[in-house]
Design a protein around this ligand. Structure first.
Ligand code: PMP
Length: 795
């Protein structure tokens, strides 16, 4: 009979192969009296696979362990229950009642003279859930219970946990592989034989997954439930050290194979509910989900194997030990019919792990088998906006992962990111990821409820602003911030027109596109919009008078047309205009010009802000001006859509006379968490200071390269925002459309050297370098090295 492999520690004996103890009634009465001082209790026998269990009154269970049970295992169970109740006080598990002597176990001798250990355990309310209909609510509670129990035990060590027990799903390949075991199962056995290597691979894979001491038997038999759901988890007798996902597989299997007459929901709804309940407490990783299906099959196979063995050995106990057989025989063929790939695909979809890939990894959800980039490109062309939404580079890239300054393509190539300012603190910064994930797991609503995170974000952003800018309104984009400023400006000033720079960009809505001269088709000039020349050397002086004069002239043109300027907008870094170095006096002149015209001035910090021009946080602050509005966006949530408009309360109040403002996704708690994390990281890692230093270093290197190459002209920028004019050749002028093909080729060539940059400027001929602020000197070196190589490729 004993066919279990030898365990590493104290031999536990064969509890499944050794008959359960039996105690005569008078001995039970005496034991209860002497050990626990209990008298006159009613005693009701309870079913057990291996022990002798009695219900004592309605308060306790007297558990007399199988004589073959290792005392260390009994100690582990007691220690685990006490530990779990300490670490997770609300967990519905029994308490071990100490004997009068103070010990938790009392040795006794059964009717056949064998020594056994007796324990008294509290009774929990409810009935065993086995064979009862399982609603999705109950299934979710069972999933939660499994996860909570795993978490409650995760800090516990006990030697006895290193234990070979046939119910351990990782042992299924060994148990099922024993001579005759699969033969005894008939056709199902032959089908299991086919998947045995897969089950072995899954068991092997659990070796790399989070593990600890687990209950390992969170089954419906051991789960108590009442009208309100789960009331208890009992029987820690199968505990062992294993991967947490094995423990989950046991619970999931128990729910799936449950076969009541009236089961309200189907197998996959049950699976969905168990996984959802589980993940509320313990989110699963993709590698964990990858093995669940096989572990469930393994557990079902074990159920059949063990119940067949025990029913043969103990025909009298057949009803009890064989109770799971019918369910296993029902579910197992269904899963085998679906096939392991499909089962795993469905589990990934349910767990939410379907769409997480890595370099070279395809989304589990991509079922079409259309794997190559060409096909993806074709699919995109068919379904998205065509020329309205072009991709970068003549050979578009499929980027699947980011880390710090790096982007990884589907083919595994690592690129240096010289372009993305949204990932201001570096791609996938763990602080941001963790903050957003945690907030999403807790609550994500909107800004109509009081929320600490949203208020803290508002306070922290306002603290970076000059005096007077005391009010913030959250938006979901830069566009929305500028649009809101427009509404406020018209309400406040009574004006109806705006003034912007030539080749400006301020957004993608109808009105902000009109405020984006860079976007205007040839010959288009919207009504109510005036323009001024941006501060480029070729356009003349950049002093204060010049700037205010340019705004005044634009405002006067508007007045002549019967309009009145309400708002003057400028990106102080003049990014779309070609990354221009606006002197402080020029920006001050713009504010003067706006105010003289009766308009308000907006600093659009969507591109330049959040420490890029370090050590200052905002580009306008470098100039020492105080705008009436500051618009924020792009980097603010590191990719979580959030923007903001900052202004004075009196200006906001002018709009409040007639309107309320609310934008559904603006400043949701998760967006606020993202933004707070960005502020934390910028501060903790001193990224604005680094940006200033690395930006200067980069520009020095760029100057040197440009000085050697006629195809490059002026180098400009502040902090980690740099632009270089790309020219047609010797004597070439900036912003010449003729240089555009070369500018495009240069970007492609840079990508060929694993560097991703961009273009900007009126003709798209300014090389744009606007990386995450985590760039250090070595990244600037890599960029300049790639630029040199790309230029020589194109020579
Ligand atoms: N203002 C500026 C200066 C921008 O660069 C942009 C976006 N490129 C916007 C506003 C619009 O922001 P969003 O795309 O978030 O609407």
């Amino acid at each position: 009979m004993p066919d279990q492999t030898t365990p590493h520690h104290a031999p536990p004996g064969d509890v499944l192969g050794t008959p359960a103890p039996v105690l005569p009634t008078d001995q039970i009465t005496a034991l209860l009296q002497t050990a626990w001082g209990l008298t006159a209790e009613t005693v009701t026998p309870l079913a057990s696979e291996r022990d002798f269990n009695l219900l004592i009154g309605n308060r306790y269970v007297l558990k007399v362990s199988n004589p073959a049970e290792d005392p260390a295992v009994v100690d582990m169970e007691n220690t685990a229950m006490a530990h779990a109740l300490r670490t997770s006080p609300g967990l519905p598990i029994p308490t071990v009642v100490p004997a009068a002597s103070g010990t938790t176990v009392v040795p006794t001798t059964d009717a056949t003279g064998r020594t056994c250990l007796a324990r008294l355990i509290t009774v929990l309310p409810g009935q065993s859930a086995e064979g009862k209909p399982i609603t999705s609510e109950l299934a979710a509670q069972i999933g939660s219970l499994a996860a909570r129990t795993s978490l409650a035990l995760q800090g516990l060590f006990h030697r006895a946990g290193d234990r070979a027990i046939d119910w351990d799903v990782r042992r299924a390949p060994a148990v099922l592989g024993r001579p005759g075991v699969l033969d005894d199962m008939g056709e199902l056995g032959s089908r299991l034989a086919v998947v045995l290597p897969r089950l072995a691979a899954a068991a092997e894979a659990t070796g790399a997954l989070p593990a600890g001491l687990n209950h390992a038997d969170v089954t419906l038999t051991n789960i108590l439930a009442g009208p309100g759901g789960v009331t208890g988890l009992i029987d820690f007798g199968d505990m062992h050290h294993t991967a947490h996902v094995c423990d989950l597989a046991v619970a999931l299997t128990a729910v799936l194979r449950n076969t009541p007459d009236q089961q309200p929901i189907g197998t996959w709804e049950l699976a969905a509910a168990v996984l959802a309940g589980y993940q509320r407490h313990r989110p699963l990783t993709p590698p964990e989900v990858e093995v669940i299906g096989d572990l469930v099959v393994a557990r079902l196979g074990l159920t059949l194997a063990i119940s067949h063995r025990l029913s043969t050995a103990y025909p009298d106990n057949r009803a009890y030990v064989g109770q799971y057989e019918a369910g296993a025989r029902r579910v197992l063929p269904d899963l085998l019919d679906l096939g392991p790939g499909e089962v795993t695909r469905r589990l990934h979809l349910l767990a939410g792990t379907a769409r997480t890939g890595g370099p070279g990894a395809r989304s589990v959800a991509a079922t079409t088998g259309q794997d190559d980039l060409g096909t993806l490109l074709d699919r995109r062309r068919r379904v998205t906006g065509g020329p309205l939404s072009p991709l970068f580079y003549s050979r578009p890239l499929e980027i699947v992962r980011g880390e710090g300054p790096w982007l990884f393509a589907a083919d595994g190539t690592r690129y240096l990111d010289a372009y993305n300012n949204v990932a201001v603190v570096g791609h996938a910064h763990p602080t941001v990821v963790q903050s957003v994930n945690r907030q999403n797991a807790l609550l994500n609503t909107h800004s109509r409820y009081l929320h600490e995170g949203i208020v803290e974000l508002a306070e922290r952003l306002l603290a970076t602003m000059p005096d007077g800018l005391d009010t913030i309104l959250f938006t979901t984009s830069g566009t929305e911030a500028n649009e809101l400023a427009w509404r406020m400006a018209t309400a406040y000033t009574g004006g109806n027109a705006a003034v912007i720079a030539e080749h400006a960009y301020h957004g993608s809505s109808k009105w902000t596109t009109d405020l984006s001269s860079n976007e205007w088709p040839p010959g288009y000039r919207p009504a109510h919009v005036g323009t001024f020349a941006a501060p480029r050397a070729s356009a003349g002086s950049t002093d204060r008078q010049t700037a205010s004069g340019r705004v005044a002239a634009a405002a006067a043109d508007l007045t002549a047309a019967g309009d009145r300027a309400a708002l003057v907008l400028a990106d102080p870094g003049f990014t779309s205009e070609g990354i221009l170095n606006a002197p402080a006096e020029f920006l001050a002149g713009l504010v003067d010009g706006a105010h003289h015209a009766g308009a308000l001035f907006l600093a659009d910090e969507v591109q330049s802000g959040f420490g890029r021009v370090g050590p200052a946080f905002w580009r306008f602050a470098v100039a020492g001006i105080t705008p009436d509005f500051v618009a924020l966006g792009k980097p603010m949530g590191a990719g979580y859509p959030i923007g903001a408009l900052i202004t004075r309360r009196e200006i906001a109040d002018s709009l409040a006379r007639d309107y309320e403002y609310f934008s559904t996704f603006a400043a949701s708690p998760a967006a606020a968490a993202a933004s707070l994390a960005v502020l934390d990281v910028l501060g903790q890692e001193s990224l604005p200071v680094q940006a200033a230093r690395v930006g200067d270093y980069l520009r020095n290197r760029l100057h040197a390269i440009a000085a050697q190459d006629d195809r490059l002209g002026e180098v400009r920028g502040t902090g980690l925002l740099a632009g270089i004019d790309i020219l047609t050749g010797p004597g070439g002028a900036p912003n010449d459309p003729q240089a555009r093909p070369f500018a495009r080729a240069l970007l492609d060539a840079l990508a060929g050297h694993q560097v991703l940059a961009g273009r900007t400027g009126p003709a798209g001929t300014v090389l744009k370098i606007r990386p995450p602020l985590v760039w250090r000197e070595e990244h600037a070196d890599q960029f300049t090295g790639a630029l040199t190589a790309a230029l020589s490729d194109l020579a």
